[in-house]
Design a protein around this ligand. Structure first.
Ligand code: PLP
Length: 361
């Protein structure tokens, strides 16, 4: 069988070693004669899985002890509602930085809870999409917090700076970049991420919340979104997505074996450099994002002739290079190269791209 590399933006590729292990123990986990997904979330066996996964996640991101880690349902979009529901604390405004599709979607949801101050940071630099540096973001005094998205999965843009806004509460949607590079968690009030891109299966959402921000949720917020309720119940107020939690735990162990987040950051840089250099050195492929804001996780690119898109997708699929079709909003192609994508996968993609260019360029 052809080696398959899956460039899907999410749900996305998982480490092959992790899937093999999960397969081996699927029907007889820890010798119990049953699957981990069939046992009670309150059993001592599952509590052990849950606690180990949390500790490994904490180790990987060096999460300070004054932060809670919540394992939730509801995805990134659930957090678009949970964030204002938990953090407004009676305020009517919050700052929302608009850098692309997902940041904008968070603003739309926040409008149900407050009047967001929208800070549009999209600019053009030498004809390419760029984002204003943090120093030029005009934050407002009336804002309960500032929300931004450091990696726009669809637009293929990224903000690599880390926030330094004094005592402002910073909230960030790390859905498509969590664990891909080192960050200083202490600069954030809340970090959240759907698991289905850089962590594990869909259905699990990780929230990292500073303890002093707990206890401020509005009364009518559904309890399953209330950070304090989740924290007080060890993320088991309702039945958590146990299989996704278990599998994410295996991914955290795998990440540690790979050398942790610093090692992933190095590898992700190599992968992104290889792909962007291939694009930039060709007259056939184009990426429309200014160099400083290019995502290392999601790389959109266009062919010189859009009429060749269909053929590119057919041929790439035949070579085991899956899910390269760009999002309908951007068109063209998109390669998502999260942690689980090996350098060999990006090498296979760039080899194919060069060959396709030779034959059709
Ligand atoms: N935020 C970002 C950056 C995303 O990429 C996505 C989904 O792709 C979402 C939020 C929405 O996540 P979900 O589908 O888990 O609600």
């Amino acid at each position: 069988m052809t080696q398959v590399y899956n460039f899907s933006s999410g749900p996305a590729m998982l480490p092959a070693e992790v899937l093999r292990r999960a397969q081996q123990e699927l029907t007889n986990w820890q010798g119990l004669g049953t699957s981990v997904m069939e046992i009670s979330h309150r059993s001592k066996e599952f509590i052990q899985v849950a606690e180990t996964a949390e500790q490994d996640f904490r180790d990987l991101l060096k999460i300070p002890s004054n932060y809670k880690v919540l394992f939730c349902h509801g995805g990134g979009r659930g957090q678009f509602a949970a964030v204002p529901g938990n953090l407004l604390n009676g305020a009517s405004h919050a700052d929302y930085v608009d850098g692309g599709y997902w940041a904008h979607s968070a603003i739309k949801e926040a409008e149900k809870f407050c009047t967001p101050n929208t800070i549009d940071i999209k600019v053009s630099h030498e004809g390419k999409t760029a984002l204003l540096p943090m120093g030029q973001w005009k934050l407002n005094d009336n804002a309960a917090y500032v929300h931004y998205c450091p990696n726009e999965t669809i637009d293929g843009t990224a903000i690599f700076e880390q926030p330094d806004f004094g005592d402002k509460v910073v909230v960030a949607d790390f859905s498509s970049t969590i664990l891909s590079h080192e960050i200083d968690v202490s600069r954030y009030g809340v970090i959240y991420a759907g698991a289905q891109k850089n962590i594990g299966p869909a259905g699990l959402t990780l929230v990292i919340v500073r303890e002093d921000l707990l206890g401020k949720a509005r009364n009518d917020l559904p309890s399953v979104f209330n950070y304090s309720v989740l924290a007080d119940n060890g993320s088991m107020f309702n039945t958590p997505p146990t299989f996704a939690w278990y599998l994410s735990g295996l991914v955290f162990k795998w990440l540690k074996e790979q050398g942790g987040v610093a090692a992933m950051e190095k590898r992700n840089q190599q992968k992104a450099d290889l792909l962007y250099n291939t694009i930039d050195n060709s007259g056939f492929y184009r990426n429309n994002v200014a160099t400083a804001n290019r995502s290392q996780m999601n790389v959109p690119f266009q062919l010189a002739d859009a009429a060749l898109d269909k053929l590119f997708l057919e041929e790439s699929l035949n070579q085991g290079l899956h899910a390269l079709k760009g999002h309908r909003v951007v068109g063209g192609m998109r390669a998502s190269i999260y942690n689980a994508m090996p350098l060999a996968g990006v090498q296979a993609l760039t080899d194919f791209m060069l060959d396709f260019e030779r034959r059709h360029g």
